[in-house]
Write a protein that binds this ligand. Structure first.
Ligand code: GCB
Length: 612
């Protein structure tokens, strides 16, 4: 194919590649001046990535003079002889936030590229102000272009990212074009194989954040894990003139107002002392108003102060032992089809968990939206947050490690000021092999280096003790690294029938708190029968009764998060009339019906709550 035939119009634009590095994430976007770009976005389905590569398979956005057929240009014919083979404005629209799978029947199982386009006008409220585009999440690989300029590439489907657009944004007719590719990748995080639906698209909101020239871009303000009169952390500024600047931190309800001065990099350490702190807890989730001011910028947050640590086999919240009455949750909307993203979704899921008697949830298997975490702060629900290192990923691949570390960094950057979050989980059900051990240890030290106020864990696997199939144990070098020893087990479902629980004993040798991160059984809501009959509610209920009895025999047990609150979509689950594309281990069906096992667990949690 002759190139000359194709280049009827060549747009000469200069693309700056120096700007493609990941930018620092702005903290606490929820309380800043933002303009939502949510709503209807035009889209083009592009399975061949025709709008991205030329016919030599070279990315258009890496050429000095890309052809007009590059989608990021939003090209329009200037006269009738121009050849342009796409037109965003005549395409249908998808709602943002929202996965594409549940919005267009032809995208139900689609895995590949979809291009999004949003046009908008924007006037900075002060000429000297700065603007950033912020994505709450986009699954999986995202290329972002504003007005023909590439802003960057982001990898990872569940964490936020932002780009400064002060010099690119204009008053009229901005076009923001986003290429989202949700192809599963062997070297990706997660990898090819998961037990959940690979929802693609701009699954969470998109915003313009406006800030002053110099502004507080990040801060970490938490109670010291070893001194509960000491609020510590840091604050940092972004901008040109950030050296030796005064920043004021106020917590009016504690009578605190303190000045700190930034160093050469615009960073200042925070140390605040008070013996009057009202601690955040599950019974009294008290949030303080915290105000940070610098150079005319002001940002406010609602922060709870609590300590979380372990002592021998106990988990201590504010120095008191706590039993974690939990449940695992996937991020699917209990109200509509598809990925959850809204406060209403979070409100429904978390209040169902509370009805069950939970004081804790495991947000599996990837970072959930910020609404959920903010709401848990308000409701007093403790949270386990998880990096999507799942099953068997490419442990030897440096790029894969980088992707995993980056997602963890972004998660911690977003949620490090949330009192509800007590555990960072590195991974789920990963094999005990040398390359994985190095990978996870590196990840755990990275998490510790970013945040020394929380606990580290991972959902590990159990095994026979000394080849005795009736005694189970945890033998995994990563068990030595974690603060909380967590593992999944499916005795009675993948491993025998529920009665088998009566024959198993546990020999856990680590002197650490034990959390059972998963157990469960599939049941189709409304299907009744004998408790030995798979898929009946009676089977699932019996499994819960027998498992809970068995787990009570584990000496160090300090909590559990059975699998799972609600049935969720999984392409692995194809049994007709029972699964039909759904994992049925929910205690609640996909249409909101509570199964018998829900009440068995509720009963167990009621008794636990009365004991501790
Ligand atoms: C597991 C996985 C979880 C699955 C579950 C199941 O062990 O961690 O992602 O969905 O089992 O239902 O088999």
């Amino acid at each position: 194919m002759a190139k000359s035939k194709y280049i009827l119009i060549v747009f000469s634009i200069f693309i700056s590649f120096s700007n493609l590095a990941q930018e620092n994430l702005i903290t606490n976007v929820y309380n800043r001046a933002t303009t939502s770009l949510d709503g209807d976005w035009h889209y083009i389905i592009d399975p061949y990535e025709n709008g991205y590569y030329n016919y030599r398979y070279e990315p258009f956005d890496q050429q000095e003079s890309p052809w007009a057929s590059a989608f990021f240009l939003n090209s329009k014919p200037r006269n009738p002889s121009d050849l342009i083979e796409y037109d965003f404005d005549q395409m249908p629209t998808l709602k943002v936030p929202g996965d594409w799978n549940s919005q267009d029947p032809q995208l139900l199982y689609y895995e590949g590229t979809v291009w999004y386009k949003k046009s908008f006008d924007y006037t900075l409220s002060k000429e000297s102000n700065r603007a950033f585009i912020y994505f709450e999440a986009s699954n999986y690989k995202t290329e972002v272009y504003l007005n023909g300029k590439k802003l960057g590439t982001h990898i990872g489907g569940f964490t936020p990212f932002n780009y400064e657009v002060t010099d690119v944004i204009r008053e009229k007719e901005n076009h923001l074009i986003v290429k989202v590719d949700n192809k599963r990748l062997k070297d990706g995080v997660p990898t090819l194989n998961t037990d959940w639906w690979n929802y693609g698209g701009l699954t969470r909101g998109v915003k313009v954040i406006e800030t002053s020239k110099v502004f507080v871009d990040d801060y970490f303000i938490q109670l010291s894990p070893t001194d509960d009169n000491h609020i510590k952390g840091y604050v940092s500024l972004s901008g040109e003139d950030i050296v030796e600047k005064d920043i004021t931190i106020q917590i009016p309800e504690l009578g605190i107002s303190q000045n700190v001065k930034t160093d050469k990099s615009g960073y200042a350490v925070i140390n605040l002392l008070s013996d009057k702190i009202k601690y955040w807890s599950t019974k009294n989730p008290f949030l303080y108003k915290v105000i940070l001011e610098a150079d005319g910028d002001r940002v406010e947050d609602q922060i709870g102060f609590r300590t979380i640590r372990t002592q021998g086999s106990e988990i201590l919240l504010n120095g008191e032992p706590i039993f974690l009455r939990g449940i695992s949750i996937h991020e699917e909307s209990p109200i509509r089809d598809g990925r959850g993203h809204s406060t209403e979704d979070a409100e429904t899921l978390l209040s169902w968990a509370q009805d069950l008697g939970c004081n804790y949830v495991r947000l599996a298997h990837y970072p959930h939206n910020e609404h959920t975490v903010r709401l848990a702060d308000q409701k007093g629900i403790l949270i386990w947050e998880e990096n999507p290192v799942y099953w068997t990923i490419s442990w030897d691949n440096a790029e894969t490690y980088h992707t995993a570390e980056n997602q963890l960094t972004e998660l911690i950057a977003r949620d490090k000021n949330r009192a509800s979050v007590i555990i960072w989980s590195m991974a789920n059900e990963t094999p005990n092999v040398p390359a994985r051990n190095i990978f996870l240890q590196k990840l755990a030290s990275h998490a510790k280096s970013l945040d020394d106020t929380r606990l580290i864990s991972a959902a590990l696997e159990q095994k026979d003790y000394n080849n005795d199939p009736h005694t189970r144990t945890i033998q995994d070098p990563f068990a030595e690294v974690v603060d909380v020893l967590s593992f999944n087990q499916y005795i009675g479902w993948y491993d025998g029938l529920p009665d088998k629980c009566q024959t198993i004993s546990w020999k856990i040798e680590q002197d650490k708190p034990v959390l059972i991160s998963e157990f469960g059984a599939g049941a189709k809501a409304g299907l009744h029968g004998d408790k030995k009959e798979r898929w009946t509610e009676e089977y699932q209920e019996d499994l819960y009764i027998q498992t809970l009895r068995m787990l009570d025999g584990i000496e160090n047990i300090q909590g559990l998060s059975p699998w799972i609150l609600v049935d969720f979509r999984s392409p692995r689950r194809v049994l007709p009339k029972i699964q039909d594309g759904w994992n049925r281990k929910g205690l609640i069906s996909d249409d909101g019906k509570r199964k018998k096992a829900f009440f068995a667990l509720q009963d167990y949690y009621r008794k636990k709550a009365n004991n501790k």
